[in-house]
Ligand binder design. Structure first.
Ligand code: NI
Ligand code: MN
Length: 233
C-alpha cells in the first residue's frame, strides 16, 4: 500500500505528502518559541495549505509560505476574504459541512469547538477541522478544539485511518479528552499536536503515553523536523 509521509514542523504544523500531492496544515514555524530545529521556509513547497482558524499560532507563516509556494490556501470564507485583502489570491473558501475534490485531494470541512479571530481584530469565521482523503488514506485533522460529541459523526460518515488531535490542554483538549476523542472517532492511530510550545500547554510525555497505552490507542508524539511514514502500525 502506498505510504504517506508526515513531517512535523512543531506546534500544529504538519506536511502530509502522498506520491502526488503535498498538503501543509496550519503553518506556524518562525514564531515558535520552542522549536528545536531550524527550518528554511523557502524549502517548504506545499501544493495546498489548509488552515483551521485565524489565531497567530496557526497562521504565523501563512502569508509568506503561500506567497512563495503559490500553494492554494483552503479555509473558511472569512479566511479567504482576509487573505485576498492581504494579496494572497490563490484561495478557496469553504465552510462547515462542505466537501470538495481538488484534483487528488478530497477536503471535508468539519466543525471545531474553538474561536477564530485575527490578531488585527478581523473576523476569522468559525474555527474548523478537516477530514482529508489523499492517496489511499482518510484522516482527521482536528485543529484546535475541545471535545465534542459530534466527532461521533466521523466514523459514521467517513471513517478515518488516523487522526491529528490536540493534546496540550488549556486552549484545547488535553490527553484525557483526546483519548475520549479517539474513541468517538473510532480511531486507534493518533498523532499528537498543540503541546509544549508555550508554558500553558506543556505536557508530561510519560503520563500522556501511559494514558493512551492504557486505552489501547497508538499515540505518536512527533519530534520537530522528523518525518514519519503512515500507516503507524
Ligand atoms: Ni487557536
Ligand atoms: Mn492554537
Amino acid at each position: 500500500m502506498e505510504k504517506l509521509k508526515i513531517t512535523y514542523y512543531g506546534h500544529s504544523t504538519f506536511m502530509v505528502e502522498s506520491a502526488d500531492v503535498k498538503v501543509l496544515f496550519d503553518p506556524f514555524i518562525s514564531g515558535n518559541p520552542s522549536l528545536t530545529k531550524d527550518f528554511n521556509l523557502d524549502e517548504i513547497h506545499p501544493d495546498y495549505i489548509l488552515v483551521t482558524h485565524a489565531h497567530d499560532d496557526h497562521i504565523g507563516d501563512l502569508l509568506s509560505i503561500a506567497e512563495a509556494s503559490k500553494a492554494m490556501v483552503i479555509g473558511t470564507w472569512e479566511m479567504h476574504v482576509w487573505l485576498n485583502k492581504k494579496g494572497i489570491t490563490n484561495t478557496h473558501p469553504m465552510n462547515i459541512g462542505g466537501t470538495r475534490l481538488f484534483d487528488n485531494l478530497q477536503v471535508h470541512m468539519f466543525q471545531a469547538m474553538h474561536t477564530s479571530s485575527f490578531s488585527d481584530g478581523s473576523d476569522g469565521g468559525s474555527a474548523v477541522g478537516f477530514v482529508i482523503e489523499m492517496g489511499a488514506y482518510r484522516f482527521y485533522y482536528a485543529g484546535d478544539t475541545g471535545l465534542f460529541s459530534d466527532m461521533k459523526l466521523i466514523p459514521e460518515l467517513m471513517p478515518v485511518d488516523f487522526a491529528f488531535l490536540p493534546i496540550g490542554g488549556n486552549f484545547t483538549m488535553n490527553a484525557t479528552y483526546a483519548v475520549k476523542a479517539a474513541k468517538f472517532i473510532q480511531c486507534d492511530q493518533i498523532i499528537a499536536m498543540h503541546f509544549d510550545t508555550f508554558g500553558y500547554i506543556v505536557i508530561d510525555h510519560q503520563s500522556v503515553k501511559d494514558e493512551f497505552k492504557q486505552a489501547g490507542i497508538h499515540l505518536l508524539i512527533p519530534e520537530h523536523g522528523y518525518s514519519y511514514q503512515l500507516p503507524l502500525k
